[in-house]
Design a protein. Sequence first.
Lengths: 203, 70
Amino acid sequence: MFRQASRLLSRSVSAASSKSATTRAFSTEVPSTIDSTFVESWKKVAPNMDPPQTPSAYMKPRPSTASSIPTKLTVNFVLPYASELSGKEVDMVIIPATTGQMGVLPGHVPTIAELKPGIMSVHEGTDIKKYFVSSGFAFLHANSVADIIAVEAVPLENLDASQVQKGLAEFTQKLASATTDLEKAEAQIGVEVHSAMNAALSG
Amino acid sequence: MASSAAVPFWRAAGMTYITYSNICANLVRKCLKEPFKAESINREKVHFSLSKWADGKPQKPVLRSDAPEV
């Protein structure tokens, strides 16, 4: 995912003025950005109205990182139509990142991970809850909060094995007979998703 | 700077991430057991009308509806 970053950053630097090349500070480090000259000239023109707020006045500061690593990971697992887990304290989650299964413990280095179709498991004591995630992103923050967003996530019990097998066979056949790039891509996606579901059900 | 970063196969084929993600989600939904499958298909139904504007007038609207004809 970050392979694009260097190309995009350099593209914006070369195209824009030097102002955009300066690194932007994080929200906790930027001091209160109230422009006093603007406020004074505002008061001269409209003394009875409060000067307008800027977006940074409404932003909450970034939550501070605890000095010692917390014992539990706080997970927020959301889907477009439901909040599956909200602020749940767990021991570990294993997420299906594009770079492979990633185990997330409290105190994990801040990461943004793109998810591929696969199993996400939430470990709390001896309980393990598994979901099949279709795709999405995982944001791991410095304060041991994990925000996982998926478009579709189902418990493994809800998947129908025979339909998965049928779909896999259908898309493997489509991949062999595909002509245009787009058809090939769609068939490839079908094969990947169905093989992931197959592996999830049998593994 | 040359764009030598390896792109995913779907982007190389001209597809955006949203399209890819929606295709994946639809495939997963199709492989659900009943009644979950019916629930998810019902949930994802859309109904909208889109019209482009030209010269201050709306052109012919495009209607996309999964609602049953009443």
